[in-house]
Structures are given as C-alpha cells and as structure tokens.
Design a protein around this ligand. Structure first.
Ligand code: F6R
Length: 598
C-alpha cells in the first residue's frame, strides 16, 4: 500500500530531505516497490527510484541542496509496473509542481486525454500524473496555486490522499477523499502523512483530516477548509502510540491488521467494476476474451481454495470449469486448446508451481489470465491477460485479505466471462465491504476460540459454495497454530474423517441457508452425537442453534457470498487460538510468503 509524507518547517530547523527519508522509512512496513522525494527550493529537486529506500538513497547527489518544503512517497503499483518513471512524486510539464498520491483515480484516462489534447506531455503510466498537469493548467489560466490545487482535486473521481508542493514555495497543499491523511505538529514544524508512523519520531500531536477537506500547511501555520472553501475548526489530538508498534497500526500482528483491512481491500477490488445501472461487471482484463469453452484455474494453497470457489461460480453460469492444484497441472494429461482459458490465481504472482502451470498452458496454446495482487509480477507479465485484486501489501505470511479479494475478484470474473449478472448480484457485491466490517465489529470468535485452545485437532466442514472456505479455515488454523486441522466437504465426514471425531476435536460447520442446509445439519448431528463441540458459522442461526455449542453469525447476503463473510469468522478463530498459544503468527515456522521453488 502506498505511503505519503510531507514536511514544511522552519528553514533553520531541519534538513528537509532527511525528514522525508526518515518518514519514508517509517512507511516501509506497508510494503512498496519504489520510492521518491521532491524538495522545493528555488526550483524543484525530484529523486525517485524503483526498488527500496536504499536504492533511492544511493541515487542522491553527494550534497543535495536543502529546501523550503518537500514531499515523499512509497509506491505500491496499481497503474503501470514498478519503474523509475512511474514512481512518485510526479510533476507538471515545467517541473514546477510535484505531487504524491495514495489511492486510485477512476477518471484518469478521460482527464489524461483532455490534458494531452491541450498539449500536456506525460512521462508515466500512472493515474496520479494527471494531478500536477491539472494544477499546471489552472495556474496557466491565472489561478493562484492554492486555487489551482483545489480546482484540480475537484475534477478527480475515485479515492485519494494527495500532497503537492511548488518550486519556490514553503507551502504544502493537501486533500483527502477515502484515503487517510494526517497532519503532525511540532512548534513551527509541520508534517503530513498517510499514517503517523511517518513522523512519530518527531511529534505525537496530530490533526486528522476528514474526507472532503483541504489543508494548506506552512511553517506559519495550518489552514483546513471544507469542499466549498470555508475554514474548518480542527482539534489537535495526541497519538498514544509506541513508534515500535506503528507499523502494525496498534495491532499485535500484521495478520490481525490485515484481517481488519478487508473492508478496505474489498472496496478497492470492487472500485469501478460492478456497474449497477447496466447490471454488468466491467473487467478490462477480459474485455477482449471471447467466451471460452472451458476454464481451468491453476493455483496453490489459499489461492487454490479461492479457485475452487471461482470454478464453481463459472460452472454454475454454464461454462465447464475446474480448479487444479498448480503442482498437478500437466498439459500431457489435461487437454488444453485455444478455447481453454487458464486462470492463474496467485496473490504474489511469483509462486513457482503456478508459474510453471501457466507456462505449460501458454506452451499448449491455451489463453492465460492471471489474477494477482502484485503489479508487474512474473505471472502478470507472462500471461495474456491480467486482473489485479488491489488488496494492498500483505505482510503476514498467512494469506487473509488477499483471499477475500480473490474470492470477489473471481465472482466478478465469472460474471464478466458469461455476461451473467443481476441487480441482486451487483448490490450484494457492493454491500460486502460493510458486511465484512460488521462481522469484524461483532465477532465473538475470540471468546469462543479461547475455550478450544487445548484441543487435539480442529475440523472444518461445509457444502457447496461453503466447502472451499472450510478447507481454507483448516489451512489457516494449521499454519499459525501448528495444530492438526482438516477441512473438507461435509458429505465426506462419514467416509473416513468421522473416525477421528471426539469430544476433543471441535468442528467448525459453515452452514448456508441455500447450500443444502438439511444435509448440513445432518452432518452437524453426526459430529454432535460423537461428543464434538460444534461451532456453527452461519447466516441461519435458528436452524442450527439446537445442535451447536456456539454460533458465529454472518449477515444476510446473496447466497453465493456467504463464504466470503464466514471466512472472516474462521480467520479470527484461528488467529485467537494461535495468539493464546503464543505462536509466531506473522512468520509461522517453515513457511514463506512467496514460494519460488517447485
Ligand atoms: C496460506 C498461503 C499459501 C499461499 C500459496 C500460494 O496462507 O498464503 O497457501 O496461498 O503459497 O501463494 P500465491 O497466492 O502467492 O501463489
């Protein structure tokens, strides 16, 4: 996820570049693929590089000039791959205005076309670059820089936290909409950042900007205004954080932080894709893919579970679809031809098994599509088509928010591939971020997990659309607790696993009112009668209450999306068992975030 920092201070007090680099190192934990700074003095010095901060630092001149004010950015690519040119800050044609931006501008293409028609020359593939050119264009029409900044922001659609600086000026101009921006105050020194970890070493006094607000920050003071330009009264708050914890935003583990980031991740994944009015899902990735005769999903681990879910969705809409473990995919035994769409699902885009399956499919003449979180990753580069899930960086080894985003990305893909979409489906998709938030707010998983920390093993069962999340629940539990856990379609219980069920093996049963609830309750009774504690994760509590020791409820949704919500409860249950056991949750033993060996 991108990070922003800005500094405007008394010129004698600090070296602007030092403060910006410090700020960027405080933002590193968010994950990034390039970094840059712009320092305003009589001109504008911009330094930016693909790679980490040390690469940027090595590229700096030996004695860079000090300045009046500056901005910095760590970039996590969304529009255009990681490169020096795509790194922020971005500038206008005359290098007078520099801008750093977090978020996504939905109408960037339209703005870029208009600006290019007016003679503006772009140097990057980013959506952000339209902003300095819009500011430039307003200045050229006679506006002062503050008005020009406001006019530029008014033309943006999407989400943004933006900071701009101008050559020869000691002021920073900032605005936010659906992306955080915070002002730090230390006497006559002012900081701006997307999160406080960028300036916690300097001050704990902050003003939180609200959506729709603008701020002009100078060493002489801060002025915050609303959308119409009226002054807003702000209050200074004190941040009660140990800088050590800031990277995790106060959470004990990245995993818990990332579980809580899911509403935001889902909003990003959905942005601009479901079209309510037309009852359609617009996916650039498949705009020129003709409806395939069959779809193969290839993936590993958690991404395979998302693929099982995706394959079911595609099948249900009439195209034969199968999810394969990437390590088992082999064109010698699995027929692939030009009518086969092979979808590689991989959050990292680097998993060796998935890469090998995609290369195999490419070689055999299939059409390949990668669904990934990482722009410019190997899978993205080597596939015919790519769809980004936009979950932001995931640092915990156990995949959480990327799984949630994969699920809804594949739901949208199934719809776009088949042109099969209802108003109900679109509405339900759009409601998911808020519903995930309500699961997070009301979950009792922590208390329930506490009762089963000493169990011998954990079982996870579900049917239909809920079977893949049962597998995923078990994978999460075993990865981070180091305890035995198994997940499978509930009908399989009596064909073997039931032999292991005792009063020391809690069973998590995902019960969806549309996926054969009667049969599911039959399965619940099977384990209940063997003394196993039952934790029902369900949208239909009344139906299971009599047979379950605990119920973890999820809100009503389109029945295809119940597993997206149920999974959040399962993630929390695993997290809290592992937490009570004192496990190394973010880096479980023997596991790596990106598995680049076959
Ligand atoms: C589990 C987990 C792994 C990955 C698997 C594939 O929490 O993260 O099972 O899902 O290694 O990784 P990607 O999605 O990067 O291909």
């Amino acid at each position: 996820m991108c990070g922003i920092v800005g500094y405007a201070g008394e010129q004698t007090s600090k070296d602007v570049l030092d403060v910006l680099l410090d700020g960027l190192s405080g933002l590193e934990y968010r994950g990034y693929d390039s970094a840059g700074v712009a320092v305003a003095n009589s001109s504008l010095d911009v330094y930016k590089r693909e790679g980490d901060l040390s690469t940027l630092e090595e590229s700096l001149p030996e004695q860079p000039p000090n300045g009046f004010a500056g901005i910095g950015h760590t970039r996590w690519s969304t529009h255009g791959p990681p490169s020096d040119a795509n790194a922020h800050p971005h500038t206008d044609c005359d290098d007078r205005i520099a801008v750093a931006h977090n978020g996504i501008i939905d109408n960037d293409q339209e703005l870029r076309d208009a600006l290019e028609a007016d003679g503006h020359v772009f140097e990057s593939e980013t959506d952000t670059e339209v902003i300095p050119h819009l500011v430039e264009s307003a200045i050229d029409q006679g506006a002062d820089v503050e008005t020009a900044f406001r006019r530029a922001i008014d033309r943006l659609e999407g989400s943004y936290a933006v900071i701009a600086v101008r050559s020869g000026s000691e002021a920073l101009y900032a605005a936010r909409h659906h992306s955080p921006l915070i002002i730090g105050i230390d006497g006559d020194d002012y900081y701006l950042a997307s999160d406080v970890s960028a300036f916690l070493g300097y001050t704990e006094d902050v003003i939180y900007l609200e959506d729709g607000q603008f701020a002009t920050v100078r060493p002489a003071g801060v002025e915050v205004t609303d959308e119409r330009g009226a002054l807003v009264e702000t209050s200074v708050e004190t941040v009660d954080w140990d800088p050590e914890d800031a990277g995790k935003s106060g959470y004990d583990h990245y995993m818990l932080k990332e579980i809580h980031e899911q509403p935001h991740a889902l909003r990003e994944c959905l942005r601009g894709r479901p079209q309510g009015l037309e009852n359609a899902v617009l996916l650039e990735a498949v705009a020129d893919v003709t409806e395939p005769k069959r779809v193969h999903f290839v993936a590993c681990g958690t991404s395979y579970h998302a693929s099982l879910y995706g394959a079911r969705l595609v099948r249900e809409r009439g195209i034969p679809a199968t999810a394969f473990l990437a390590s088992e995919y082999d064109s010698d035994v699995i027929p692939i031809d030009g009518d086969t769409l092979v979808v590689g699902v991989t959050q990292s885009g680097e998993t060796a098994d998935t890469m090998s399956a995609l290369r195999d499919a490419n070689g055999a003449g299939g059409t390949t599509l990668t669904v990934t979180n990482v722009v410019g990753s190997s899978a993205a580069r080597e596939s015919d088509h790519v769809m980004y899930i936009r979950a932001g960086p995931e640092i915990g080894v156990a995949a959480t928010k990327t799984f949630a985003s994969q699920q809804i990305a594949l739901a949208m893909l199934s719809s776009a591939l088949t042109d099969d979409c209802s108003q109900e489906f679109v509405d339900a998709l759009r409601a998911l971020p808020d519903q995930v938030q309500s699961v997070l707010d009301d979950s009792r998983a922590r208390a329930i997990a506490g009762e089963y920390v000493d169990s011998d093993a954990y079982f996870f069962i579900g049917r239909g659309y809920c079977a893949p999340v049962a597998r995923e629940g078990a994978l999460k539990m075993k990865e981070i607790t180091y305890k035995h856990a198994e997940g499978f379609p509930a009908g399989e219980l009596k064909h073997g696993p039931l032999a292991l069920v005792t009063d020391r093996t809690p069973v998590f049963a995902v019960v969806n009112r549309e996926s054969n609830p009667e049969k599911m309750i039959g399965n619940v009774k099977e384990v209940e009668s063997r003394g196993a504690p039952v934790i029902a994760v369900t949208d239909t509590p009344e139906a299971v209450r009599n047979h379950a020791d605990h119920v973890l409820g999820v809100p009503d949704t389109h029945w295809r999306f119940t597993p997206v919500l149920a999974n959040v409860q399962l993630q929390l249950a695993s997290y809290w068992v592992a937490n009570r056991l004192g496990r190394s949750i973010d880096k479980p033993r023997n596991l790596a975030k990106s598995v680049t060996v076959e």
